[in-house]
Write a protein that binds this ligand. Structure first.
Ligand code: PMT
Length: 325
C-alpha cells in the first residue's frame, strides 16, 4: 500500500523492512564485521577529544549500490556516485579528530587518493633496474602525502574502511554499524552520501542463472526499497546526529524534496545537491532554515566538502551540548 506521495504507510514500511531483511541473501562474514565495528567504536569511545569530551564517530557512506538482476549475477542496475563526496568528506572528518567508519562501494574513490592519477600503480611507479621499483619524481609529493595521511589515519584508529557492492550488503552493513554505534548516543553521526537504489528485485523472485536474450524482451518487476532513514532514527541509533542527502537533476523540486525528507524522516540535516553543480554548491536544509554552501572558487584546489563538513561539525557540537544538558 502506498500513501499519496508514493511513500509507504508506517505499517507497510515496517513490513517491507522486515521483508527486505528476511529475504536478503545473508551477509558474508557478518559476525566478523560486527566484531570489527564494535571494537573500533569501543576503542574510540574511550579516547579523550580536545574539547574535553570523548572522540566522536561518524559513519560516512559513499558510492552507489547495485541491484542484481540474477542470483549468479551477470547483470545489475547501478546508481550513480563516483565516491568523491564521501571520500573527501571522510578526510576532513578525520582531520577534525572524528573516527570514521567509511562504508563505501568497492572500486569508487577512496580517502587520500584523489590527488593521485587515475591509475596510480602504473602512472606513479617506474622500474629502477631489474628488481626495484621507485616512485616517479612527478608523483612523489602526491604519493608521500597520500601515504602519510592514510597511514596516520589507520594507525591512529581513525579510519575503518568497509566495502559493499549490492543494496543487500549496504543495508545489512548499515544496520550492523548503526547498532554498534548506538551506545555512543549523540557522539555518533551518520553522513549518508551513498546513492542508494530505490528499487530492487527480491532475492526469491530473482532468476538464478543468466537471463537468456533468446526469450525476447525482458519484463521485470522491481519492488520499492524501503527507506531505512526512519528506522535508523527510531531504533538503530536514536540519539545519533543524522544527515541524509537529496540528489535531484531538476533544481525546481530539489529544496522542496529535501525539506520533505527532513520532516518525514526526522533528519537533523538534509544536504540538497543537484547532479551538475554538486561539486560547486550544496544547500544544507535544517528546521531552522536553508544554508547555501559554496566551493571557494578563488582557490583552484578548493572543494565544497571543506566548508560543508566545518558547518556540520559545528552543528554536531551544538547538538551534543544540547542533548547532554
Ligand atoms: O559520489 P559523488 O559523485 O561525489 O556524488 C555525490 C552524490 C551526488 C551521490 C551525493 O552527494 C548524494 O546526493 N547522495 C545521495 C543520493 C541519493 O540516494 O539520493 P536520494 O534522493 O535517492 O536518497 C535520499 C536519501 O535517502 C539518501 O541519503 C539515502 O541514503 C537515503 N535512502 C535512499 C533510498 C533508500 N531506499 N533508502 C534510503 O535510506
Amino acid at each position: 500500500m502506498e500513501s499519496g506521495d508514493g511513500a509507504l504507510s508506517a505499517t507497510s514500511l515496517d513490513e517491507s523492512i522486515t521483508s527486505f531483511f528476511t529475504s536478503a541473501p545473508p551477509l558474508k562474514e557478518s559476525d566478523n564485521l560486527r566484531e570489527r565495528v564494535m571494537e573500533f567504536v569501543e576503542l574510540n569511545s574511550t579516547i579523550a577529544a580536545g574539547d574535553g569530551g570523548h572522540r566522536k564517530v561518524v559513519c560516512v557512506t559513499s558510492g552507489g549500490t547495485t541491484v542484481p538482476l540474477e542470483q549468479r549475477c551477470v547483470r545489475y542496475i547501478d546508481n550513480f556516485s563516483s565516491g568523491h563526496r564521501g571520500a573527501t568528506s571522510a578526510e576532513y572528518f578525520v582531520k577534525a579528530g572524528y573516527a570514521v567508519v567509511f562504508l563505501h562501494r568497492r572500486g569508487t574513490i577512496m580517502p587520500y587518493t584523489r590527488s593521485l592519477p587515475e591509475d596510480p600503480l602504473l602512472e606513479c611507479l617506474e622500474l629502477d633496474g631489474d628488481s626495484s621499483i621507485r616512485v616517479r619524481q612527478s608523483c612523489s609529493d602526491a604519493v608521500k602525502k597520500s601515504i602519510s595521511d592514510h597511514h596516520a589515519a589507520v594507525a591512529g584508529n581513525l579510519l575503518l574502511k568497509l566495502p559493499f557492492t549490492t543494496i543487500f550488503e549496504y543495508l545489512q552493513m548499515l544496520q550492523i554499524i548503526a547498532k554498534a554505534m548506538k551506545p555512543l548516543g549523540p557522539l555518533a553521526m551518520f553522513y549518508l552520501a551513498a546513492a542508494v537504489s530505490d528499487f530492487y528485485v527480491p532475492w526469491q523472485t530473482m532468476a538464478e542463472h543468466k537471463i537468456q536474450s533468446a526469450s525476447g524482451p525482458l519484463d521485470m518487476r522491481l519492488v520499492q526499497v524501503p527507506k531505512m532513514l526512519a528506522i535508523l532514527r527510531k531504533e538503530w541509533a536514536p540519539l545519533a546526529f543524522c544527515i541524509s542527502f537529496k540528489l535531484e537533476t531538476d533544481s525546481k523540486i530539489l529544496l522542496e524534496k529535501a525539506d520533505m525528507a527532513l520532516r518525514k524522516y526526522k533528519m537533523h540535516m538534509v544536504i540538497a545537491n543537484e547532479l551538475l553543480t554538486r561539486k560547486e554548491e550544496v544547500t544544507v536544509v535544517t528546521v531552522d532554515g536553508k544554508i547555501p554552501v559554496y566551493r571557494d572558487k578563488s582557490q583552484p584546489d578548493s572543494d565544497v566538502e571543506q566548508p560543508l563538513t566545518e558547518l556540520i561539525r559545528n552543528k554536531h557540537s551544538t547538538y551534543i551540548k544540547n542533548t547532554n544538558r
